[in-house]
Every structure is written in C-alpha cells, then in structure tokens.
Write a protein that binds this ligand. Structure first.
Ligand SMILES: *Cc1c(COP(=O)(O)O)cnc(C)c1O
Length: 348
C-alpha cells in the first residue's frame, strides 16, 4: 500500500501549554479539585491526547456530553472519573449501566430511570437559573433524589464570563439547593467560574475553554497560553495586478500590484467566513493580511512583504483565541470546536 501524502494543513498542539493552563486553573481552584471538560473531542484538539496530558498532571475528573464521547475516551482514562453531562436517555441505559462513567442526571425522568434500573453512583445537575439542563429548584428535592448514590451535585453558570448579578444569584441558589441533596461533592465553576473566586469553587471545578487557550475573563489574561496553532501550506503564489480582484464575490480589489499566497485552508476546516478580509497569517515577525473571502478550502494571503515565500512553504494562521474571536466575530468556543478533520494534529 502506498503511504498517504501528508496533509497540507496542520494543527500544532502545545502540550506544555495545555498542562500549564491546567496547573494554573488547579492553583486558582484552591482546595477544590480541578477537572477537565473534554466534550466535543477535547474541544476538537483530540480528547485522547488531552486526557493523556492531563492525567500526567494529576487531573482525575473528566466531563463529556454524550455516551459516544464517553466510549471514545474511557480506554485512556486509567480509572479516572468520567461524568456524562447529558445524562441518560432510555436508549443510553444498557450502555450506561455497564459503563464506569457516571450519568449527570438532569430531569425527573432521568432520575426515575436511573433509580428504577438500580444504577450505581451518579451525578446530579440542578438548574439555578440558566434554564438549560438540570432539575429546576422546585424539583431538586431530597425526596426526589432519595435512594441515589450521588457523587457530585453540580450547576452551571449562565453569565460567568460577564459582570452580571446573575452570578451571585446562581451562587446563592446553588448553596441553598445543594445543601439538602447529600452529594459527596459540589461543583459549580467552569473556566469563567474559576476566575470568579473561591466562593464559586466548592469541591470540584470543570474548566474547558481555558485549558485549550481560551481566556474567559480578564483575570485569566496573561496566565493562559495559546495551545492551538493552525498552519497551512502555500499551494500557489501569484501576482495580481492593480485593478484585479480576488476570490468569490470579487470583494477584494488590488489597488496596485500585489503578491498573493493561496493557502490550503477554508471554512470547511472551521476557519469561517468571519475571517474574510480580517484574518492574518504569521511569518517570522510579519503579520500578513488575508484578502477577499474565505472559500471552502482556500484563503488568499497578501505576501507582498515576504518576497521569499514559495509554493510548498507553510504559514502559521493567527489563532490567539481572544484576538481571533474579536477579529472574526466568532466566540472562542466556536473557533476551537469548528476545527475540522482535515488538519493533521501534531502534539509537541
Ligand atoms: C462545557 C461545560 C463546562 C466547561 O465550560 P468552559 O466554559 O469551556 O470552561 C463545564 N460544565 C458544563 C456543565 C459544561 O457543559
């Protein structure tokens, strides 16, 4: 069999940065244990590798959304704790009952289902105001939950990344509701919640975004390092003459002769059209602007300032998450979780 040629686009993934980010979040979490949200394939970095690096740092509590995601990572967890945030549907039960992962029970139906089946240890999500998943306050009662072995009772902040009165309201509601539930541990904070201070930490924190280089709030700025660096190969170098246009919609007009590099990267790779006319490629100390629209598989970079770049050379794509989010209008979460399958993922 012939070997496949290497992909013309790659993600350089910085394991030292990932580990340092977790250590910072763990220190900020104080006496609380620091876990890791690894749903969506570790925010699209690759859950298996993320798990390996975080286990080595001492992380022992992991969170995924679905049982499919649980199945993917369980072989690599070495017995660490795994919670499945979306709980158990009827069709999850056979798998969930056999699995060492715990469901996070969200609704009275899920609670009833787990009890009726004599399921083992579980977690419980209570809703403290977000109105997404979780038992509403009126239902989060000792009576409903009696008979369950609850490892962790948790809730989730709606506005942790903002200055919002909702944070302290959710905190107060969580303190009140969780007290009566008889769980071994309490957990409220995601990445942003960790930055809100010790009142929000309880026994276990659940960062996701900040592990992977996202900066959820100003407090984390300067402490969280970039983990993901996309790069793409130059497929063609060309000259456009003054007055010519570039790309779909002819949105970019060259006012004078320009040199372009056409890179193997596009919106099908999660580099979405919000970067049209706004993205940047990095080469040595140059910041090279993206011109025209992002296509499905291609972007055009103005390399007039980099005379020696050639077909076959690689350019890093500026992807510092807070900055790239501001430029593209996408959230830091969307930037990560859109990263597609065509990149070769290279851990360093
Ligand atoms: C995704 C998720 C997290 C992690 O949130 P980040 O904002 O990425 O840190 C924590 N808890 C729950 C319930 C989640 O769904």
């Amino acid at each position: 069999m012939l070997d496949l040629p290497p992909a013309p686009l790659a993600l350089d993934l910085d394991s030292a940065a990932l580990r340092a980010n977790w250590r910072w979040l763990a220190r900020q979490s104080g006496v609380a244990a620091c876990g890791a949200a690894i749903k969506a394939n570790g925010y699209c970095l690759g859950a298996r590798e993320v798990v390996g690096h975080l286990l080595a740092e001492g992380c022992r509590d992991f969170f995924v959304a679905t049982w499919g995601e649980a199945a993917d990572v369980l072989p690599y967890l070495g017995g660490a704790s795994l919670s499945v945030l979306h709980g158990v549907r009827e069709e999850d039960m056979p798998f969930a009952l056999e699995s060492p992962a715990r469901p996070v029970l969200n609704s009275p139906d899920q609670v009833a289902r787990w009890k009726a089946a004599g399921g083992g240890a579980c977690d419980v999500m209570i809703d403290t105001g977000m109105n997404r998943l979780g038992l509403p306050p009126t239902q989060a009662s000792r009576a409903l939950l009696s008979g369950l072995t609850i490892e962790t009772v948790m809730s989730h902040l709606a506005c942790g990344d903002e200055e919002s009165p909702m944070n302290s309201e959710q905190l107060a509601t969580f303190i009140g509701l969780s007290a009566g539930i008889g769980a071994r541990r309490r957990s409220l904070a995601n990445s942003a919640g960790i930055c809100l201070g010790p009142d929000y930490h309880f026994d276990l924190t659940r960062p996701g975004l900040a592990l992977y280089g996202g900066v959820p709030r100003g407090e984390a700025s300067g402490h969280i390092s970039q983990v993901v660096r996309p790069r793409a190969q130059i497929l063609q170098r060309r000259t456009v003459r003054g007055g010519e246009t570039v790309g779909y919609g002819a949105t970019y007009v060259a006012h004078e002769d320009r040199e372009l590099a056409i890179l193997n990267l596009g919106y099908a790779d999660g580099y979405l059209r919000g970067f049209s006319g706004k993205g940047l490629a990095l080469f040595q100390d140059l910041r090279l602007p993206l011109v025209g629209r992002v296509s499905m598989d291609l972007i055009a970079i103005d390399v007039t300032a980099a005379a020696h770049l050639r077909e076959g050379d690689w350019l890093e794509i500026a992807f510092d998450l807070p900055t790239a989010a501001a430029r593209s209008g996408l959230s830091q979460y969307e930037l990560l979780t859109g990263l597609g399958r065509r990149y070769e993922r290279i851990w360093r």
